[in-house]
Each structure stands twice: as structure tokens, then as C-alpha cells.
Design a protein around this ligand. Structure first.
Ligand code: 3PG
Ligand code: CO
Length: 547
């Protein structure tokens, strides 16, 4: 790694550079359903009126996704913010590997498909069942099943995690129905292919950052042991569970497909398992349950001896999973590495739900620290509650850490993530999302004071939109209604996000107008400049234009 030169045009600040990532807070384009615009947020409004600021792209190709129809997400967003460049991301790499057929000549695929074909055992697929393209894509699943049949696999079992978070909140049957037809076609050519189990992604299997292992335990019981409420098929399960609980897809209960009281697809010795999510945060826990010999998070009761593969390498530090189907993006030369090489002392903080975002994703999908001496990572434990009931989340506690960090003089660079706009936005509860944004605004006011006092700089941005777009809209821009009420939107938005530079000790080193037309990958160079260094030549440009 080359050593970054000092930026001669930038004077040193007394205090630290503080980067605040307001997760899921963008600029909405519709007046209805914008819980950011409607929030009471005097501090953010003041920053926007009085500080250099611009809008950054946070979706589609600007963050390495296949097309501009893809909304942004926290993985690709934090990858871009932390590494200062845009890499082709999982969604794109997996599609390319499937289209070229490269995945199927690879050893990992040969292992899983070959094992099931040779042993006449089942090949199981577990993953997020939608076309959200944030963690997975149903087309990837179908392509793999198609190939498995060609490769002589005679039994396929699919364990479907209902989405309703990256796609419409009650869209599960839009995926299940055509998929059942697809499976019937596979049965027609001699492969016994069925859905075996499932449940809402926020109820089973897809926990992240160790926030709630009981989710993973319920997933294990459902997919592996076949324990749980039984139904004849997935459609019956979904309709019945909806009627019973009123839950939206992401929160729906677990179900096991059974015949004559017997589950059709428990996972047994000799089977193969593919976890088909490409994104890592919600994939590593269930992977550990399959892979780890000394696993203590819950009692697995039975651990089948299977050939397991993940869609991608989820953690480049820990090398998890052991076997994976697609090579991950090579996110090298991250800003954290450059800053550590310069001896910059760093504090990173969020609460559990986004802790890995501001560390692991930020550092290019590596879970460890870059430099133990220079870096401190603080995780504030998240509540385990539906976040519409606690929309303030741990905003105050994160701010305590940041404010203390600023005042301590121990850090040159402090970054934090406030999850509220995103995590509360995902619940679809408008009022709660608005309160979440208002909470972030209160926190910003405290940080502003601390920055003033320390003589530091504050950069405010976001990784993608969410709370700014809480209603589904029709093509003509009008709000979509269902049974006389507005249809809520739980997914992220495609909207741009703010980039604000609050620099009370600034000495006019750069123009008041920031560079326009950039994406969130420009945040890295911006922070490096504010720390007094020139950004690496291959980084996307800083928003700062030297005078
Ligand atoms: C989730 O995992 O919660 C959503 O699919 C994406 O949200 P995030 O990208 O903001 O984490
Ligand atoms: Co989100």
C-alpha cells in the first residue's frame, strides 16, 4: 500500500473528522410517504441550509449493482463508502457466473451436485425467496435447480425464507405460485423437487451480527429437523399463517411441508445443502450451525453430515463458508487500510443491527480489525423488539459513545451508523419511521455541539434511502391503495442521499459548492482529504473542490 501524501491545501483541524451514516435516510421524490421530509428535524434542516452539501447516488450501478432498477442496500453502500470505489457486487457476480456457466464447472458445485447425484440423496436449497437482489435472487435458485437436474440430481428440497422486506410486504405468493409450476416441470423430467419448509426471514434463519440467535435455532428446527406446524404446501401455509396472525411476509411464522404427518424434506446425513444468499451478514450464523464442530449457540439436537456450500465467501477474514460457489468482489485498498498505514486513530460505533455494517462491510467484508492499536470498534447491544415499538433504538447510546470519543481527544477519525431510518423504515410503520428520523436529528444536535467544542469536522451522509419512501406508488406517481388504505412500502428506495460537510473550523480551503453528480463512494476520498491527506489516485473523487 502506498503512503498517502499530505494534502498541502488542507489545514489541520484540532478535532477529529466525524462521519455519520444515517442508515436509510434519503431525499424522497414523492410528497406522500416521505417520513424524512415530514420529520421534525431542525438540526438536519439547519445543516442543509447552512453547510456545503450535495446529493449522492446510492443505488444501481453507482454502487456496483446490475442495473439502476436495483435499490441500494447497506452492504454495497458501506462497501462503497469504506473503499472509495465501486466494485461489481454479489448480485452481478453471481448472475455473470451463472450466465457463463462458470459456477457449474467449479469444484464447489461439483461437490454439492456430485454428492447428491452419486448418493441419490437430496440437494437442499435454503435462502431468501424473492427477486430483491439484496441478499439473493430467485433466478439464481432456478438456474441452479435446472443444472442440478441436468447433473443427475434426483431429489431437490427448497427451504424458502419469505421476504417482504426487499420486495412488496405481502408478495410471497407472487413468487411461490410460478415457482411451484417450475418445480412441477422438474418433476416432469424425473427430479423429485419440492418446497420443504419456510417462514418469514425476520422470524427464522436470517439473523445478523448475533442479534438474536433464537431466530437461527427456529430456522434449524424448521429446515433441518422438520419440526413445526405442518401444512400440505407452501401456499396453504402462507394463507393460513396470514389469516391467523395478520403478519406481513418478513414476520410470518415457520412452516414445515408434510405428507401424512411426515415432513417431506428434513436434512439428513449424506445430503447436500446450498445456502443461496450471496450477501453475508445474514448468512454466516446458519452457516456456522452447519459447519462448526464445536457449535454452542443452541442445541442442534442432530447435525446431519452434509456437503455444505454458500453462494459466496461471506467473510474474507474468517474464510466462511469453507465451500462457496462464487468468488466475492475483491475489495482491496480500503480507506481503513490507508488510514491505519498513516497512524490515524479510529473509532467505529453502531448498535448490533448495524455494527457489522460500519466495521465488516465498511472494511470490504472483513470482520476483523485492521490494526488493534489504532482502532476501536464499539457495539451497543440492540433491543430485541419490533423496532416500530422502539423507533429511537439505541440512538442516544451510540451518541454517548461518539460524543465521548470526540471529547476524549483519542481519535482522529470517528464513524458511526444510526440504523433508525432503515430498521424502522423496514417495518412499514410511517409514524415510527418519522420518529426514528427525529431521533437521529436529536443525536446530530449533540454531535454538532461536541464537534464545535473539539474543533473537528462533521460529514453527514447515508448508505441508501428507505424512510424517505414509505408508500408504494403507481407508475403515474399516485399512491397505491389496497382495501381503501395506502399500501406501505418496507423496502429501500432508489433515492439519492445527503452529503453534508459541517466544518466550523474550516479556513476556506475548498469551495462552498461541492462536486456534483457523484455517488457515495466519494465519501472515502472526502474524509481522507478532511484528515489532511490526498486520496489514492484510483479512488472516486472527493466532493471537496480545493480553492
Ligand atoms: C436487511 O437485511 O435487513 C434488508 O434486506 C436490507 O437492509 P440493509 O441493506 O439496510 O441492511
Ligand atoms: Co435496510
Amino acid at each position: 500500500l502506498e503512503k498517502l501524501p499530505k494534502a498541502p491545501w488542507m489545514k489541520e483541524r484540532k478535532g477529529p473528522v466525524v462521519l455519520v451514516i444515517m442508515d436509510g435516510v434519503g431525499f424522497g421524490k414523492f410528497s406522500e410517504g416521505d417520513a424524512v421530509a415530514s420529520a421534525y428535524k431542525p438540526t438536519l434542516d439547519w445543516f442543509l441550509a447552512n453547510c456545503p452539501n450535495t446529493r449522492l447516488k446510492a443505488h444501481g450501478q453507482a454502487v456496483g449493482l446490475p442495473s439502476d432498477a436495483d435499490m441500494g442496500n447497506s452492504e454495497v453502500g458501506h462497501n462503497a463508502i469504506g473503499s472509495g470505489r465501486v466494485f461489481d457486487q454479489g448480485a452481478k457476480l453471481v448472475s455473470a457466473s451463472l450466465d457463463s456457466g462458470q459456477m457449474f464447472v467449479g469444484q464447489a458445485w461439483q461437490d454439492v451436485a456430485g454428492n447428491a447425484a452419486a448418493k441419490k440423496s437430496a440437494l437442499h436449497f435454503i435462502g431468501l425467496f424473492s427477486d430483491g437482489n439484496v441478499h439473493s435472487h430467485i433466478d439464481h435458485l432456478k438456474a441452479m435447480i435446472g443444472q442440478a437436474v441436468k447433473d443427475g440430481v434426483k431429489k431437490v428440497r427448497v427451504h424458502i425464507l419469505l421476504d417482504g422486506r426487499d420486495v412488496g410486504e405481502t408478495s410471497a405468493l407472487d413468487y411461490v405460485r410460478p415457482f411451484e409450476e417450475f418445480l412441477a416441470q422438474q418433476r416432469g423430467v424425473g427430479c423429485d423437487a419440492r418446497i420443504a419448509s419456510g417462514g418469514g426471514r425476520m422470524f427464522i434463519t436470517m439473523d445478523r451480527y448475533g442479534a438474536d440467535w433464537s431466530m437461527v435455532e427456529r430456522g434449524w428446527q424448521t429446515h433441518v429437523l422438520g419440526e413445526g406446524r405442518q401444512f400440505a404446501n407452501a401456499e396453504e401455509a402462507i394463507t393460513t399463517l396470514r389469516k391467523d396472525t395478520g403478519a406481513i411476509d418478513q414476520d410470518l411464522g415457520a412452516f414445515v411441508i408434510a405428507e401424512n404427518g411426515k415432513p417431506v424434506g428434513t436434512i439428513e446425513d449424506g445430503d447436500s445443502v446450498v445456502f443461496f444468499n450471496f450477501r453475508g451478514d445474514r448468512a454466516t450464523e446458519i452457516t456456522a450451525a452447519f459447519e462448526e464442530d464445536n457449535f454452542t449457540r443452541f442445541d442442534r439436537k442432530r447435525r446431519p453430515a452434509v456437503v455444505y456450500a454458500g453462494m459466496m465467501e461471506y467473510d474474507g477474514d474468517l474464510h466462511v463458508p469453507k465451500r462457496y460457489l462464487t468468488n466475492p468482489p475483491v475489495i482491496d485498498r480500503t480507506s481503513g487500510q490507508f488510514l491505519c498505514a498513516l497512524g490515524v486513530r479510529t473509532l467505529a460505533c453502531s448498535e448490533t443491527q448495524k455494527y457489522g455494517h460500519v466495521t465488516y462491510f465498511y472494511n470490504g467484508n472483513r470482520s476483523g480489525k485492521i490494526n488493534d492499536q489504532l482502532e476501536e470498534y464499539v457495539e451497543v447491544p440492540s433491543d430485541i423488539v419490533p423496532f416500530e415499538q422502539r423507533p429511537w433504538m439505541k440512538g442516544a447510546e451510540i451518541t454517548d459513545v461518539v460524543v465521548k470519543g470526540i471529547a476524549s481527544g483519542k481519535y482522529d477519525f470517528i464513524r458511526c451508523n444510526y440504523p433508525n431510518g432503515d430498521m424502522v423504515g423496514h417495518t412499514g410503520v410511517y409514524q415510527a419511521a418519522q420518529i426514528g428520523v427525529e431521533c437521529v436529528d436529536l443525536c446530530l444536535a449533540r454531535i454538532k455541539k461536541a464537534v464545535d467544542k473539539a474543533g473537528g469536522v462533521l460529514v453527514i451522509t447515508a448508505d441508501h434511502g428507505n424512510a424517505d419512501d414509505m408508500f408504494e406508488h403507481k407508475k403515474d406517481g399516485s399512491v397505491l391503495m389496497e382495501n381503501g388504505i395506502t399500501k406501505v412500502k418496507t423496502a429501500h428506495s432508489l433515492n439519492p442521499v445527503p452529503c453534508i460537510v459541517y466544518d466550523p473550523a474550516g479556513q476556506g480551503e475548498y469551495k462552498a459548492e461541492l462536486r456534483e453528480g457523484l455517488g457515495i463512494s466519494s465519501i472515502a476520498a472526502t474524509c481522507i482529504n478532511l484528515l489532511g491527506y490526498e486520496a489514492p489516485a484510483d479512488y472516486d473523487p472527493s466532493v471537496l473542490i480545493p480553492r
